[in-house]
Structure formats: structure tokens, C-alpha cells
Design a protein around this ligand. Structure first.
Ligand code: UDP
Ligand code: MG
Length: 316
């Protein structure tokens, strides 16, 4: 692939780092310190950090608010309630003024030390640089196994190729970030949308550490919601599945009825199961369509602290 090196002749490029936070009071000052240390080393790049409080209840906002008031290079955005990780990322993307945007988790499971490598690849002309998890420390067997199976299944049934073993830790060129920010999808599954956009993408591999502190904020319910978004938005297989199952159930029923010469055998638990499943799947899509038709915003911003104009340098 022929890539053009990025050139900024008249000004220093800006890098925005977006950090979605939900009840992360225990880690935030460490996160800020580690990000500062890494961003300081990016010579010739202006950096801003945008912390999005996704409706925390543990004092996260107070910390973010203080960080933003202490430094011009930090901005704080407070959502009015917990809208979920994807919406928090989307909010941060829309606030970002950078020529490139990095999405990174607050809990230091995504090592900030990878950012310079990502920036170097962006510099070489890549529009998307994803961080791929080589290993995952400190996660439950259930989490590791379910993630492994989910990403592989989704890739198998998805209508377009999706990156394996990547979360949302990635660098996006401004063009891609802006396109993502324009989405009106109320069921946004950002990592899938990035692949769908189809810009030149490369990856860097890393070993995922345990959380610096606190516990995972991705409850089983949130994990299920994320997988449902991924599956419904990027694959048409679930919608077609009822037709396949219905055909099989009907063929089975017909064969049984023919062999035993009894039409009543056309009905039965198999046929009922296929119908119920079909209805269930249609229900899932209806819910997705309903959310879209309701046209509510994906999140509501309650407050913002810090400069809104692009300017910002990493602290010297
Ligand atoms: N997060 C969020 N809103 C939520 C849940 C999580 O903004 O409703 C943030 C969280 O603070 C963290 C990131 O999303 O920065 C990933 O969450 P977590 O580390 O709990 O997930 P895990 O790494 O266990 O999958
Ligand atoms: Mg985590």
C-alpha cells in the first residue's frame, strides 16, 4: 500500500487523547501522570487530554474537574448520566480538536507508552493504528474466553472484516475521527465502524496488564449490550437465521409427516422453537430500529471545563 507521509508545514500537529471514565477515582491521577510522562516525549506535537465522565458516582468528576482547572492541556466533559463506554468515547471524539485522536481506557490496562509508536505509524501515513492484545493479564477466565469466542464469531459472520482482539484503544487520523463523530447511530459499535470506514489500518501488539486499581466497569450486562451492538450492526446473519432455521424445521416436519403419514406431525416443539427464535431475533432488530427512530442523542453533555479551542501543549 502506498502511504503518504503526513506533513504539517506551518504549525505543530495536535494529538488529542480521549479517556472515557466511569467510577475511576482510584486510578485517574496515575493515568494523568503516566499520560503526561509519555506525551511530554512527543517532541513537536501539541497534546490535549480529554477526560469524559460517563455519569460516575464516586467522585471521578471532582478529580477530572480539578485536573482540567490545573492545566490548559486537560479538558473535562461531564455526561449527565451513565450512557455507556461507546457513547463516552463518541462524546470525547466530538470534543477533540486534534489532527489525530487516541482513545484509551482510564484504568491503565491500555499502556500509554504505546502512544509514541502509534503516532510514528500515523506519521508514516496510516489513518488508523489499532492496539492488538497479545495477552490479557488479570482478567477472569470467563472474560478472556468470552472475548476470544465473541470476536472470532463476529468476524466469521460480519459483512466486512473486523480487527481481532482489539478494543477501542487506537489512534485515528482526524479524518476518520470526524467521520466517526458524524455517526447518527444510536447503537454505535465504534471498533466495527472504524473497520467499516475502511481507511488504511495497521496495528501494534501489546500485552494487556491488569487494572491499575478498582474493578472492571464492564458488567455482564454492558458486555452483552456491546456484543449485541457489534452483531446487529455488522452482520446480517442473525436476521437471516430465522429463515434458515425455519426452513430446516419445516423440512424436518414435512419429512416426519410424510414418513409417518400424519399431517399433525408438521407442528411440534421444533417448529415452535424456530418460530420463537425468529420472533426473538426480529424483536432485537426492532429495538435497534426503534432507538434509531426515537432519534435521541447518544449522550447529553452536562458540563465542560477547559479550553475548547485547539492550542494545547503537553506540560513541560
Ligand atoms: N467505561 C465507561 N462507561 C461505562 C463503563 C466503562 O466510560 O459505562 C470506561 C471505564 O471507565 C474504562 C473503559 O470504559 O475507562 C473500559 O472499562 P473497563 O476497564 O471497566 O472494562 P474492561 O477493561 O474490564 O473490559
Ligand atoms: Mg479495563
Amino acid at each position: 500500500m502506498l502511504l503518504e507521509k503526513r506533513v504539517f508545514e506551518h504549525r505543530r500537529p495536535i494529538l488529542s487523547v480521549v479517556v472515557p471514565c466511569y467510577n475511576e477515582v482510584e486510578v485517574l491521577t496515575h493515568t494523568r501522570a503516566r499520560l503526561d510522562r509519555v506525551l511530554k516525549e512527543l517532541v513537536g506535537v501539541e497534546c490535549e487530554q480529554i477526560y469524559v465522565d460517563d455519569g460516575s458516582t464516586d467522585g471521578t468528576w471532582q478529580v477530572i474537574d480539578r485536573l482540567a482547572r490545573q492545566s490548559d492541556s486537560v479538558r473535562a466533559v461531564k455526561l449527565s448520566r451513565n450512557f455507556g463506554h461507546q457513547s463516552a468515547c463518541l462524546a470525547g471524539l466530538r470534543e477533540a480538536s486534534g489532527d489525530a485522536v487516541v482513545l484509551i481506557d482510564a484504568d491503565l490496562q491500555d499502556p500509554p507508552e504505546l502512544i509514541p509508536e502509534m503516532v510514528a505509524l500515523w506519521w508514516d501515513g496510516w489513518s488508523v493504528v489499532s492496539a492488538r492484545r497479545r495477552s490479557r493479564a488479570g482478567e477472569t477466565l470467563f472474560k478472556k474466553a468470552s472475548a476470544y469466542v465473541f470476536y472470532r464469531t463476529l468476524n466469521l459472520v460480519s459483512d466486512h472484516p473486523l480487527a481481532l482482539d482489539t478494543g477501542d484503544f487506537r489512534l485515528l487520523d482526524r479524518e476518520v475521527a470526524a467521520l466517526l463523530g458524524e455517526t447518527t447511530d444510536k447503537n454505535a459499535y465504534l471498533r466495527g465502524a472504524v473497520s467499516w470506514l475502511g481507511f488504511p489500518e495497521t496495528g501494534v501488539a501489546y500485552d494487556r496488564e491488569s487494572r491499575h486499581a478498582g474493578e472492571s466497569k464492564y458488567t455482564l450486562r454492558k458486555m452483552l449490550e456491546l456484543s449485541r451492538r457489534g452483531l446487529l450492526a455488522h452482520s446480517s446473519v442473525p436476521l437471516r437465521l430465522p429463515a434458515y432455521l425455519g426452513t430446516i424445521a419445516l423440512a424436518g416436519g414435512l419429512a416426519r409427516a410424510a414418513v409417518r403419514r400424519d399431517v399433525r406431525l408438521l407442528a411440534g416443539p421444533g417448529a415452535f422453537g424456530a418460530q420463537a427464535l425468529a420472533l426473538g431475533i426480529v424483536g432485537e432488530y426492532l429495538q435497534t430500529v426503534l432507538r434509531q427512530v426515537q432519534a435521541r442523542p447518544a449522550y447529553i453533555v452536562e458540563r465542560r471545563i477547559g479550553a475548547t479551542a485547539p492550542c494545547l501543549r503537553a506540560e513541560e
